[in-house]
Design a protein around this ligand. Structure first.
Ligand code: AHM
Ligand code: MG
Length: 346
């Protein structure tokens, strides 16, 4: 007699999930659910982007083998020495956005000026193609950060499409390349996390509707800069290192990778506070508003957290004046950010 077990019983016995949600499927479902009359251009753009993430992940995995690690000999727009992978990541991202035909304007950390593509793309994309590149040689996680604006009404593509508040971004996220590649995405309807299955070549939904814990006793900041911090920032961090009543006398834990994507990834999952404050010397932060602060702030807020500048102003409401403008930033669990706010002089 033929074995007539139902299919789902067989897959359960073999411990095989046969109905997985890939990023492509997720994007199409979201579009049908939230914007049934949309043209589908943003979905196509996100699909082109996921190709760039897979291609960059592939290059990072094979970097050691093909000797990509090291200095390329050129400098980027802010004068840093570029790594070979910075250059390759930038090229991969630019080519993917150009060939998608849905992008008109591109701002990259690695390009002095914005790029305007031919064609009738309706979106502007801001990216740090390889964030945290000082960590590459040590095999520590790096990532690609991105934020997307829809072009202004009637625009044919100009700097004014990106010199806008973060509240106007229609989607944002990052892909972190480590042991595996993790993509965190928001289109303004919560945060969803995907993990790249390298065998399938697909990003799989692994963290649906991610929420950041309300509080967690972890702080993430480069304390090597503390000499140049304003006194109230010094006082706040010193207080975190004192015995905490709530923690039965334990102080906060310090965790700092030095790759924003990795530090934010941990903060999203475990909670805590991440900061790169402006220093009293330059009066500027290090992290760039359009392609580091805004996308991460949008993600954090969509996950139920908060993102503010040193003065306590909402990051997403800053209006950048230049494409490489920087800001001091504090982001993480709502409870932890509110605690920092109590230290800001009135
Ligand atoms: P990058 O985009 O040139 O890699 O610089 C940004 C990185 C962030 O990933 C990270 O949060 C920060 O710089 C670390 O800076 P520092 O080494 O000063 O702590
Ligand atoms: Mg970078």
């Amino acid at each position: 007699m033929v074995d007539q077990q139902p299919h789902d019983t067989v897959s359960k016995q073999m411990d095989v999930e046969t109905d997985i949600i890939t990023l492509t499927r997720f994007i199409l479902q979201e579009q049908q659910k939230l914007a049934p009359n949309a043209t589908g251009e943003l979905s196509l753009l996100l699909n082109s982007m996921q190709f760039a993430f897979k291609f960059i992940a592939h290059n990072i995995r094979r970097a050691e083998l093909v000797n990509l690690i090291g200095v390329s000999g050129t400098a980027n727009s802010t004068g840093d020495v570029q790594k070979k992978l910075d250059v390759i990541g930038d090229e991969i991202f630019i080519n993917a956005m150009k060939s998608s035909n849905n992008v008109k304007v591109l701002v990259s950390e690695e390009q002095e000026d914005l790029i305007i593509f031919d064609g009738s793309g309706k979106y502007a994309v801001c990216t740090d193609p390889i964030d945290g590149s000082s960590n590459i040689d040590a095999g520590v996680s790096v990532g690609t950060i991105f934020g997307i604006y829809k072009l202004r009404e009637g625009s044919e593509g100009s700097i004014n499409d990106v010199l806008r508040r973060g509240t106007e971004m229609v989607a944002a996220g990052y892909t972190m390349y480590g042991a595996s590649a993790h993509l965190m995405l928001t289109t303004g309807n919560g945060v969803n996390g995907f993990t790249l299955d390298t065998q399938l070549g697909e990003f799989i939904l692994t963290q649906p509707s991610l929420k950041i814990p309300y509080e967690k006793a972890i702080y993430s900041v480069n304390e090597g800069n503390s000499y140049y911090w304003p006194d109230y920032v010094k006082k706040y961090i010193e207080d975190l290192k004192k015995p905490q009543e709530k923690l039965k006398g334990k102080p906060y834990s310090a965790r700092y990778v030095g790759s924003m994507v990795a530090d934010i990834h941990r903060t999203l999952l475990y909670g805590g506070v991440f900061s790169y404050p402006a220093d009293t010397k330059s009066k500027n932060g290090k992290l760039r508003i359009l392609y580091e602060c805004f996308p991460m702030a949008m993600l954090l807020e969509q996950a139920g957290g908060k993102a503010i500048n040193d003065k306590g102003e909402r990051i997403l409401e800053i209006l950048p004046k230049g494409i490489h403008d920087k800001s001091g930033i504090w982001l993480g669990s709502t409870g932890e950010i509110e605690k920092y706010i109590t230290y800001i002089p009135k």
